[in-house]
Design a protein around this ligand. Sequence first.
Ligand code: ADP
Length: 583
Amino acid sequence: MESSVQSMPLTTDIAPRSPNGYSPERLLALRHEMEHLNTIGKRFVAAFDRFQVHRALLAALQEIYSFSACCILLKGGDTFDLFVIPRYPLDATFLGSMIERIASAASALNFPSLDAEQLAHTAYYDAPDDLAQNRSLEESAETQIGSCLHIPLTVENKIIGLLSLFDEKENAFDRDLLQVTTMIADYAAVALENVRLRERENALWRQAELERMRLQLILGSMAEGLLITDARGAITSLNKSAEQLLGQTQADFRPDIALRLLAKSSSIHWLPRLAEIIDQALIGKTVKYQELIAGHPEERVPLTLSISAAPLHDASGMHTRPVGVVAVLNDITSSKQVERLKDEFVSVVSHELRTPLTAIKGYTQHLVRRIERRLRKIRSSPQFATDHGNEPPESYDLRNLYIIQSQTDHLERLVNDLLDLSQVQWGKLELHLESFFLADLLAENVHSVQASAEQHHIQLDINTQTTKVRADKARIAQVVGNILDNAVKYSPYGGQITVCLQRQEAFYLVSVSDQGLGVNPEHFDHIFERFYRVHNTASQPYSGIGLGLYVAKAIIDGHGGQIWLTNNPGQGTTFYFTLPAEL
Ligand code: ADP
C-alpha cells in the first residue's frame, strides 16, 4: 500500500504548486524562516555552558537587531544572577541605568524586590572578544538609553528570568519582530535551564565523589578492620586493616560468591566462623564482640579478634531484608596478653599466699587449743575460786586469737576465690561428682550461716519428695554458701531469707530470696562477670572482690545447670540455680 504521507524535500528546483494558496515567494520566505530558526535552535542545543548560550543568543539577536547590550537576569531560589553582555564598551551611567531598568522590570514580573545597587555589584560581565564590535570609547560615550526591550524567560510556563535588550537609539526594537524575539528567548530559556540542571547535577556528582573519597580515606586509615558484604553475603568492600588481618586483598575474594561458600575451601581457619557471624547479621541479628582466635591456637597468646556485625538496611526502608552486612574486626590480642599476664599473676600470688596462710592457720589453731586447755585448768583450780572469778590474762589472749582465726578464715576465703578464678580461667575447674541429697546440703548451709546472722531469720522450704543429685558436693556447698552469705551481707537491716527447693521436670530449682538492697536490672547481665560489683561505692562499704558469683556460675555451668536472679516485687533479690536431678 502506498504511503499517504510524503516528506517535503528540503531543496528542489521544481516550483511547488501551492495547495494552500501561498505564493511561491511566500513559501520560499517561510522555508528560509524555518531554516533560520532551525540553525538558531541547533546553536542553543549545542551550547554546553552558559557562556555558549550567551553566544548563541547574541548571534541570534544580532541577526535581527542592532543593540548596545543584552542582559540576562536569572532567578535561582531566592537569589538572582545578572549577566551583562555588551557589544562594545559601555558608559558607566548607561550601565547603571540599564540595571535600574532591569530591577524595575523584574519587580513587574513579581520577582521579589531587587536592589539595583546590589545587582550592579554582583553582575557578571560577559563580553566575548570575537563578538565585540570594534568601536572606540568616544563613539560609545552615550549615557542615555534610547530604547529597551524586556522579555520574560520561561520554561514550561514558569518564569525563570528576564532577557533585556538596550540600545542608545530610540525605536531600535521593531514590534513586528517581537514574536521571533520571544521565540529566541524561549530557546535561550530552555538552554539556560538545561545548563543549570547540568551544573547542579555535576555539583552533586562532585560532592558525592568527594564524600566517597573522604569515606574511603577514613576507612583506609581506620585501625579496625572493616568488611562490607552484599545481600548474599559476598564481600564487596574490605579496608586495609581487614586485608591485613585476613592476610588477603579484596581482589582475592570473588565478589559474586558468598563468604560462607568461599570459607569452605579457604586456608584461613577462622573464615567459617566469620561467615557464620555475617550470616547471622544477614537474617537481621546484630552480633556484638564475638571473640575469635585467628592465630594458631597453640601459640601462647594467639591473634584474637573481637567481631561485631550489623545488618545494613537501605535508606528507603522499603526492604525488610538487609541489603548487606557491615562487620568490624578488632585485634584484641594485646589486651588478651595483658589479661593473661594478670591471670598468671593472680594465680601465682594466690598459690604463694596459700602456704603461709596454712601455717598461720595451723599455728593459731595450736595456740588456741593450748590456751583453752590452760584456761580450763585455771578455771578449775582452787586459786581461781579465791580470786573471786577474776579472768586471767590468758582469756584476753584467747579472744585476740579468735579474732586472728576469723580474719585468717576470711583471708583464706579470698585466696580460695582467687585460686578458683585461675582454675575457671584456665578451664581447669575440676568437679568430683558424688550422689547426695540436696535438701541435706541446704539444711547444713542454712544452719551454719544462721549461726552468724543474728539479725536475719533464714527459712528453708523443701517442696519436693526426692532431692538426690549427682554433683560435686563441696562446690555446690560453696555456691549455696556464697549466695546465702550475699543475702545476709546485702540485707544490712536484717529480715527474712527464704531458701526454697523444688523439682522442675529433670532439674531441681533452688532459690534464695532476701529483703535486702536489691540489684538494679541494668546489672543483671554483668553480675556474673569476674570482679563485677554492684554495691561498690564509698557510701556502701560492703567487703568483697566480686568473684563469688563468677565462680558460682562456672560451677553451676559445669554441672549443666543455670543460674540467674530477679528482683522481688517488694524489696530484695532472689537468686536461682538449677541442677540436674539424679535419675
Ligand atoms: P562480692 O564479693 O562483691 O560479694 P559476688 O560475686 O558474690 O561478689 O557478688 C557480686 C555483686 O553482686 C556484689 O558486689 C553485690 O553488689 C551484688 N549482689 C550479690 N548478691 C546480692 C544480693 N543478694 N543483694 C544485692 N546485691 C547482691
